[in-house]
Unconditional design. Structure first.
Length: 229
């Protein structure tokens, strides 16, 4: 059987890779394979942002980490959520930003993100963030070494790639929509969800992750069946 050639642009490649990684994740397939495919998608999305004069870390930190650091230092929040504190990648940048704001309390998000301190944050962040992806595709640096991987890093990677795609394309596929719902169910945070989705998520809060994945895999398949008809 002849297989037709594919003509793909970079956004479509990243979209297809990300959607495939989300489906693999929901099916409970090998987490390292999921991480590899998701990392490939995210790398393309970061490059696309660079090509458009955007900075992925700057976007993330402006939207999220800078706000956390400022509210923490202002006393609006006394303690970070446990899932945030457990994320070494987030905390590495958070601590640098806190120190920068302490030194210059009037600094804006743009100044902190794009200033001298952010260069250190950028190197430290991407070094940590890409560690697992690099271990999974290279062996020349440490062929006999061991690497510790937390599966939560893969979920964080999927969410980052989903956020980056949506930020670039202002669109999301059913897989990305379901990933956001899955994350809401495991985190227990339903703010911003439409009422119909909120009810689905609330029914699953407190269930174990494998049950939540199975429920949202079924939900995704139903969504795609409806789209096909």
């Amino acid at each position: 059987m002849d297989t037709p050639e594919l003509y793909l642009n970079k956004p479509n490649i990243a979209r297809r890779q990300l959607n495939a990684a989300i489906r693999m994740f929901l099916r409970g397939e090998d987490i390292l394979a999921v991480h590899t495919v998701a990392a490939a998608s995210y790398a393309i999305l970061r490059d696309l942002k660079d090509d458009r004069g955007r900075d992925e870390l700057g976007d993330i930190t402006s939207q999220m980490i800078f706000g956390y650091a400022q509210r923490y230092l202002d006393g609006e929040i006394s303690e970070l959520p446990e899932e945030v504190k457990a994320n070494d990648q987030f905390m590495a940048v958070f601590e640098i930003f806190c120190e920068t704001i302490r030194q210059n309390p009037n600094a804006t998000a743009h100044e902190v993100v794009h200033g001298t301190a952010s260069n250190n944050a950028r190197r430290e962040h991407w070094g940590k963030f890409n560690e697992t992806a690099n271990v999974l595709k290279h062996a020349e640096r440490d062929p006999g070494g061991l690497h510790k991987h937390d599966p939560q890093e893969t979920l964080y990677l999927l969410l980052r790639a989903y956020g980056s795609y949506h930020d670039l394309m202002h669109d999301m596929d059913p897989e990305m929509n379901v990933l956001a719902l899955y994350n809401a169910a495991v985190s227990g945070y339903t703010g911003g969800l439409a009422d119909g989705y909120k009810a689905i998520v609330q029914d699953l809060i407190g269930e174990n992750e494998s049950q939540i994945r199975a429920a949202f895999l079924s939900f995704l398949e139903a969504m795609k069946d409806n789209d096909a008809h």
